[in-house]
Design a binder for this molecule. Structure first.
Ligand code: WTA
Length: 649
């Protein structure tokens, strides 16, 4: 049985938040289940600045989701930027809102709530001048600069819908997203900067936009000063448009259920889907979870080192922390630049108290040993968070012992792009932790495990993880395709939200996420669909068929394993492997690549032509003995060839 770690007294002491003990947690949880509508109405009225306070809690349910999304706070009206900016001006005007650390260590900018309010208003003016109106889509394709957050909030100020595209995505991927949401404006920068290396964001944008007629303007921030191409009449410099704009702008009233943003994410089939979050419910959820899970306090220096291109950056760098009036760190660089002590150097210099990162970074850093950590004074730390993939107990214990020096608590937060915010996680001052377990559900979250016969598992057991009741932060739909939303999330188990994850519940009711049970890969915390890889691979001339699965990888969590059937006349070889990875880089982005290729005579298929992915998975995982029944295969000899030629790192 795994060890239980009690919350250290110094973590609990002085907490201003409501759930500082397990009794407090249980009481809040029970209240949220008894009367969800009433519970969240109370929370939202305390947390958010409403223009018109809502009187309605929840409307709709998962059984009727095909008829339309659920609604929270349906009669309320607000603009999320008033909660994130305006109302802090009185008490926190001079408090640092965004504490930015650039690519070079010590290149720091401190942006107060007053500064941020002004910059957001100016950027909103500029966007309005460029034609942006409520409901229009704006793509943000930037690196980790404060202006990325300013751009998001400026859109929100106008009621426009932003869609941030991670700066590692390729021109093809950016174009797909521009097209899917018919974006009117793209905001980018001349270049990004990461680990001393420039990233040609403007050039990639230019490639992506060739022939795209929806985009009228491209707003370009100067970050490195590099020479960039320029399309007269379309391109506008940020400093020309924003700096001289008026410094206040009335926030545009939005309905609680108006869209706030679209974020594209990968699923098990087809193209990435535009997950849509709305104003009132999303901000309530991110504010509630950010404050309670991390036990955020007024003078905390809170750092989430994710990228704003992913949901973690949206919820826990920008919206949750700013709604709570916190000081939120934004980090442009990488954990390895200039050396593996970078995070800890930053913790010491900036006095970081809450630190939130991904298991893949923890494993990569642990591989460099303890010295880069030990040479820094990390005594300011109180809460350590992880997100994005299951954390193995070894990495958890290293994080706890070496980074936390045994004095911090760890919050292993399980959630998804679709959930908007934390779902299963310790509450920092309250929940005793177990290495590798995301522990217990947040108030308002009703998890359910279903076995292979779709029966509900009561008590300890392992199955597929569903959520049985709507919560305010959930995604409302897929942009432009509500049917796809219903079929992906609500059709396997009608009336329930299916997460795509497997999960075990132990005798204490603690949840242990075991990873995806669908065809979604999680590589270094980046979510990617096997279908996207396969589509890209078969577009290479030499490739006839491709089957892609994940395999356990010591640092990345999962690596990508591709089975390739070549067209007649082609020979396996390194050059073809390079070509295939170049194609993936072109169609998806620099963060995607195949780690292991295996050339095979054919894919294992049933007589009806369906690829038996289970076989591909087991061989890639190095468990050919666990293949199970292969008697339904059209050509069983393929399996032996696959087993004989299996690759490993
Ligand atoms: C995985 C990231 C185990 C999970 C916020 C989920 C986790 C997917 C954890 C969502 C965790 C995230 N423990 N697995 N603490 N957090 N995951 O949409 O498989 O990028 O379904 O959201 O990451 O990835 P996404």
């Amino acid at each position: 049985m795994s060890e239980v770690y009690d919350v250290p007294a110094r973590v609990r002491e002085g907490s201003p938040n409501p759930m500082t003990t397990m009794d407090g947690y249980r009481a809040a949880y029970a209240a949220s289940m008894d009367d969800p509508g009433g519970f969240w109405l109370r929370e939202t009225k305390q947390r958010l600045q409403w223009m018109r306070e809502p009187t309605q809690g929840l409307e709709g349910n998962f059984h009727e989701i095909a008829d339309g999304p659920v609604r929270w706070f349906g009669d309320g009206e607000l603009n999320v930027t008033e909660s994130c900016l305006d109302r802090h001006l009185l008490d926190r005007g001079d408090k640092v809102a965004i504490l930015w650390e650039g690519d070079e260590p010590g290149d720091v900018r401190r942006i107060t709530y007053r500064d941020l309010h002004r910059e957001v208003c100016q950027a909103a003016h500029a966007l309005r001048e460029l034609g942006v109106k409520k409901g229009e889509r704006v793509i943000i394709y930037m690196g980790m600069v404060p202006e990325a957050a300013v751009a998001m909030l400026a859109c929100a100020r106008l009621g426009a819908i932003h869609s941030v595209v991670f700066g590692g995505f390729s021109a093809d991927a950016l174009r797909d997203r521009v097209r899917d949401c018919r974006a009117q404006i793209v905001i980018t920068q001349d270049e990004g900067l990461r680990g001393g290396r420039p990233i040609p964001l403007k050039e990639t944008t230019d490639h992506a936009l060739v022939g795209e007629d929806s985009v009228e303007k491209v707003l370009v921030l100067k970050r490195t000063g590099a020479d960039v191409g320029w399309v007269e009449g379309r391109d506008v410099w940020w400093h020309d448009a924003v700096a001289s704009a008026p410094d206040s702008l009335d926030a545009v009233p939005c309905a609680a259920e108006d869209p706030l943003f679209i974020l594209y994410t990968s699923g098990s089939t087809g193209r990435p889907k535009g997950v849509l979050h709305t104003c009132g419910g999303y901000l309530t959820w991110t504010s509630y979870t950010h404050q309670n899970v991390f036990d955020v306090r007024e003078d905390d220096v809170y750092a989430c080192v994710a990228d704003v291109g992913w949901i973690t950056g949206h919820s826990y760098i920008v919206y949750g922390p700013l709604c709570n009036g916190a000081t939120t760190v934004m980090f442009e660089s990488t954990p390895m630049y200039p050396d593996p002590g970078r995070y800890w150097d930053m913790v010491e210099r900036l006095g970081i108290t809450v630190f939130y990162t991904a298991p893949t970074a923890i494993r990569a850093l642990a591989a460099h040993g303890d010295e880069p950590v030990r040479r820094h004074d990390l005594s300011s730390l109180r809460v350590l968070g992880t997100v994005g993939e299951p954390i193995n107990p070894d990495a958890w214990i290293w994080y706890h012992e070496v980074v936390g020096n045994g004095r911090c608590t760890i919050v292993d937060t399980w959630w998804q792009t679709e959930t908007g915010g934390h779902m299963i996680t310790p509450i920092a001052p309250a929940t005793p932790t177990k290495p590798g377990s995301a522990t217990l559900p947040v108030p308002g979250v009703l998890p359910l495990l279903l076995d292979e016969k779709d029966r509900i598992i009561r008590g300890p057991g392992q199955g597929r993880l569903c959520i049985d009741m709507p919560w305010p932060g959930m995604a409302r739909t897929v942009w432009g395709d509500h049917e796809r939303y219903v079929s992906v999330y609500f059709s396997l188990f009608p009336g329930r939200y299916f997460t795509g994850d497997g999960c075990r519940r132990d005798k204490d009711g603690y949840y242990w996420i075991t990873g995806r049970v669908d065809d979604v890969l999680n590589v270094s915390g980046h979510r990617m669909g096997t279908a996207e890889f396969e589509a890209s691979l078969v577009s290479v001339e030499a490739v006839a068929e491709a089957g892609v699965v994940g395999f356990p990888h010591p640092i990345k969590g999962q690596g990508v394993y591709a089975y390739i059937v070549l067209q007649p006349g082609y020979e396996p070889g390194d050059d073809i492997e390079t070509l295939m990875n170049q194609q993936i880089r072109k169609e998806i982005g620099a963060h995607a690549r195949v780690d292991l290729f295996q050339f095979v005579p054919g894919l294992p298929k049933t007589r009806s032509g369906k690829v038996m992915r289970r076989i591909l998975r087991k061989v890639a995982e190095g468990q050919p003995e666990a293949l199970g029944d292969t008697s339904t295969l059209a050509d069983p000899s393929v399996v032996q060839a696959i087993i004989d030629g299996a690759k490993s790192l």
